[in-house]
Design a binder for this molecule. Structure first.
Ligand code: APR
Length: 280
């Protein structure tokens, strides 16, 4: 294990443009359950995962009905969003602080996260792409304009006359969190793909790498193409080192990633950054 930690530190220091890709495994040590790990939300409640897959269809078919349920204080949907809303009180863990430290050394250039908990920003990272949006924010599905909670007063929306809330551009507003099946907002997607194509090192932390199109970013980085992108620039790809830091192996292990450092991000990332500090 120590050899791999030293190897990762050397690879990071030698990189020109290292980026991190993160998932829910980063936040379990902050007390937020992941989705597919042994105690994951979907592992514990497959019904909830099924419902999550239906949310976007419901929104598309009848956005007014979706919002009536969304603001109904007694609905399961409102309770789910309020549970997520409690995330504001959760604190970053040593894994988050390690990535913030790695940015401060100048080695880490960006974090592309699937997490909606905002903990990377809270820990101090300044270049964070929230691929699946961020909880407690809202977004227009037409112009992608974002709104803070005090700009969309859910209680004021209870007057059923103004549902669904509309943006000035006349687009419908929804929670910023990306539903299953919902297109990734273009600005976020473009930035993520740009970073994946630019990087020469990708540190993949705490994700099962099974949800697309995010899980395609390592392939895009390595080969310049992916099943979701038809355009291929054609120029030969630079060598990209892909390192996983995860509690278990994933579909990337042994195929796309160069090596897996198996264990807890909250323990391993600080040790990697400590080794980076020794080399710098
Ligand atoms: N340290 C390292 N790895 C961990 C830790 C930890 N402390 N805790 C959990 N893990 C690992 C789990 O073993 C699992 O492999 O992190 C991974 C988390 O995978 P998922 O629960 O599938 O989470 P994620 O990959 O982020 O899910 C992607 O699915 O439900 C959607 O939108 C949701 O963004 C989410 C997406």
């Amino acid at each position: 294990m120590n050899d791999l930690i030293k190897r990762a530190a050397e690879d990071l220091v030698q990189s020109e443009h290292a980026i991190a890709l993160t998932g829910a495994g980063m936040s379990t040590e902050s007390g937020i359950p992941d989705f597919r790990g042994p105690d994951g939300i979907w592992t514990q409640d497959p019904e909830a995962e099924k419902k999550a897959y239906e949310a976007y269809e419901m929104f598309k078919i009848n956005p007014r009905k979706f919002w009536e349920e969304r603001i109904d204080p007694d609905s399961a949907m409102r309770r789910m969003f309020e549970m997520f809303g409690e995330l504001n009180k959760v604190l970053p863990n040593p894994g988050h602080f390690a990535l913030a430290e790695l940015e401060k050394t100048g080695v880490l250039k960006s974090v592309l996260t699937q997490n909606v908990d905002g903990l990377h920003t809270k820990a101090g990272n300044t270049n964070v792409v929230e691929y699946h949006g961020v909880i407690n924010k809202f977004r227009c599905i037409k112009c992608a304009n974002r709104f803070t909670p005090d700009e969309i007063d859910l209680d004021n929306l209870s007057a059923k006359s103004n549902l669904p809330p509309l943006c000035e551009c006349s687009g419908i507003i929804k929670d910023d969190g990306v539903f299953f099946g919902e297109p990734i907002p273009e600005d976020v997607r473009n930035k993520s793909e740009e970073e994946a194509l630019k990087c020469d090192l990708m540190l993949i932390c705490g994700t099962s790498a099974v949800v697309y199109p995010f899980a395609d970013l390592p392939t895009l980085a390595k080969f310049g193409i992916s099943r979701f992108r038809t355009s291929y620039s054609g120029e030969p790809r630079q060598k990209v080192t892909i390192i996983e830091v995860n509690a278990e192996s994933t579909p990337l292990t042994g195929t796309i990633s160069d090596y897996l450092i198996q264990g807890k991000t909250g323990e391993l990332l600080p040790r990697i950054v400590e080794e980076v500090r020794k080399i710098l």
